[in-house]
Design a protein around this ligand. Structure first.
Ligand code: ATP
Ligand code: MG
Length: 367
């Protein structure tokens, strides 16, 4: 029977704040709970506090305020060797004087695991990352990607319940990176490991995670599954940060249930869904994904507002067409249409009308 509330949380940050200098907060009021087995990614710009959060969870930094709990117990009360946390960092510091097998054996020796048991676990961990034949080599005799895989095996060899990874694939080329993305999520799910993953790469975050926490300025801006983040951003920062996005600015002139009318700064009227706005007269920045813009007026609702647009650029991309438009003073307005037999190919200079369903256009904060 699952518990209710936060008591079943495996990892919990409760009102956590962190200051390194006693003045500025680099983590501001962080609240986050994770169930066991979840793969959660912290995504956000440089300096937004991601590594700091991992360091506090690992116990290398202490929170200035608030509490971090692991399986219901405050992390301060758990000695490091009993935390059962595996870690992989961007600079995957393997011990250079030890062989690969010795590197993996080390965390097991620290935990007083017997020799034959150790050997079996090391072999299994190396096989898991397809490095079984490399146990006798030293780190300097491996490629960067192979070292990265060994670092991953070393973090998993003692079967931790929680693994923290800070940009673990940063040094790899695209192909190996994608292979490792799959291997990491596959392993985590197979072994039931809870993972907190940090990356700059939004595609990586969206493809690997159960949930993504978007960080900015020491706060979680939104915490949601990938599809929800992309399709239902709760504020302008998230809408801009995740995926490609068109924005138009204006003032709310009417709110009626799930729809509002926005008067754009150039005077045009559009329909949107009120998300992060509350009242008439408020400034807003509306957000529309490129694939949700309709160029075929017949497909729009009766009475829907449309906008005049001028085609600036047409790019054939094979599966889709990417067309850049000038819309209400915005020359970077991009639409994406599927390459279907009946799809029109717009030409630069052409004047068209565009529209959208109100639910596909989100009225957000003007920040
Ligand atoms: N040991 C430290 N002493 C003082 N300030 C620090 C320390 N570590 C980090 N900071 C500051 O805290 C803020 C958050 O840093 P953090 O490393 O958590 O960011 P991040 O989100 O991991 O960034 P990046 O994506 O660049 O790795 C930054 O302004 C950074 O300069
Ligand atoms: Mg960092």
């Amino acid at each position: 029977m699952p518990d209710t509330g936060t008591s079943d949380a495996f990892v919990a940050f409760e009102r956590v704040q962190k200051s390194y200098d006693g003045e500025t907060l680099v983590v501001k009021d962080l609240n986050l709970t994770m169930p066991k087995g979840e793969f959660l990614t912290m995504l956000g710009p440089s300096g937004s506090g991601k590594t700091t959060c991992l360091m506090m969870l690992a116990g290398f930094e202490t929170a200035t305020h608030g509490e971090i709990k692991l399986d219901g117990v405050s992390i301060n009360n758990i000695p490091p060797h009993k935390r059962g946390i595996g870690m992989v960092f961007q600079n995957y510091a393997l011990f250079p004087h030890m062989t690969i097998a010795e590197n993996l054996s080390f965390p097991l020796e620290v935990r007083k695991i017997g020799k034959s048991d150790r050997e079996a676990k090391v072999k299994r961990a190396l096989d898991m990352v397809e490095m079984g034949d490399f146990g006798g080599r030293r780190p300097a005799q491996l490629s960067g990607g192979q070292q990265q895989r060994v670092a991953l095996a070393r973090a998993l060899v003692f079967e931790p319940e929680l693994v923290l990874m800070d940009e673990p694939l940063g040094a790899l080329d695209k192909q190996l990176r994608e292979k490792m993305q799959f291997e990491i999520t596959d392993l985590a799910h197979k072994l039931g490991i809870t993972v907190v993953y940090v990356t700059h790469d939004q595609t990586e975050a969206l493809t690997m995670s159960d949930r993504v926490a978007v960080f900015n300025d020491g706060r979680i801006q939104q915490l949601a599954p990938p599809d929800e983040l992309y399709e239902a951003p709760q504020n302008s920062f998230v809408a801009q940060f995740i995926g490609e996005n068109n924005t138009l600015e204006g003032v709310i002139t009417e709110i009626k249930g799930n729809t509002c009318t926005v008067k754009l700064d150039g005077g045009e009227m559009i329909d949107a869904q009120p998300v992060n706005v509350t009242k008439v007269g408020e400034r807003t920045r509306v957000s529309i994904r490129p694939e949700r813009v309709e160029v075929n007026k017949d497909r729009l609702q009766e009475g829907a507002h449309t906008l005049k647009a001028k085609v600036l650029e047409f790019i054939y991309m094979g599966d889709i067409f990417r067309t850049r438009l000038s819309v209400a003073g915005n020359d970077e307005f991009v639409i994406k249409t599927r390459n279907a037999p009946d799809q029109v190919r717009l030409k630069p200079g052409e004047e068209i009308e565009i529209g959208w369903l109100p639910e596909d256009c989100r009225a957000l904060d003007a920040f």
